[in-house]
Design a protein around this ligand. Sequence first.
Ligand code: PRP
Ligand code: URA
Length: 242
Amino acid sequence: PNVRPAPTQCVGPDYRSESQKPTAAVSTDVKVDTVTILPQTPQLIALLSIIRDKNTQRGDFIFYSNRIIRLLVEEGLNHLPTVEHTVTTPVGRSYDGLAFQGKICGVSIMRAGEAMEQGLRECCRSVRIGKILIQRDEETSQPKLFYDKLPEDIADRWVLLLDPMLATGGSAIMAVDVLKSRGVPEERILFLNVLASPQGIQNFATKFPKLRLVTAFVDQGLDDKNYIIPGLGDFGDRYYTR
Ligand code: PRP
Ligand code: URA
């Protein structure tokens, strides 16, 4: 994948002239067909600015992360198949529309990925949810698989894989290997992610060239502890414990 450095762009609303718009660092561009980066709107940049801020308290971190997660879920659902579907309106006219096709399920990479389950449930009522517990070793950054519990018919479903952070890519790659071992083809997995590093995207997209990834932002890189920079710190700690 061709990953370019993040430019600083004018992101203010359209009622201001270009010269009056505030500038902000927007996502690094990634020229890979399977990677979708959410539009870098003023809303998204403002939401990300709140959750990146080290002074943001847990209540606000949860509230504003949830808003970003909702945007990711709505965009992710656009990548699922639809069929033509005509309905009759209350005034007796017909409308040629669309209907979703196919069964889905969510799979969260615990613990941080569980924070994305509610956003999926808000869009897809009574959606089945599976879990994979993978923890990154704090010293080596290597992922370790502890547990998984997945719907029995997962091989017949589209899978929305949930994890807000893609750093080295090790955890997400391990999770996809589990899904593939249960018969889910790569092209029926959609990975929803809040923040990615260019290295993580590169590793993940190279290993799984048919798997689609939707992210809110591709950051600058990784630090010497393999934390995303500028990043937002440890998502799981900030969402669940701090
Ligand atoms: C975090 C995060 C990802 C992983 C990303 O989880 O939620 O799963 O690290 O890093 P990687 O791309 O280098 O593998 P962590 O293992 O820290 O557990 P947590 O969800 O309990 O915070
Ligand atoms: N996991 C996180 O929560 N944050 C990072 O920056 C990297 C991995």
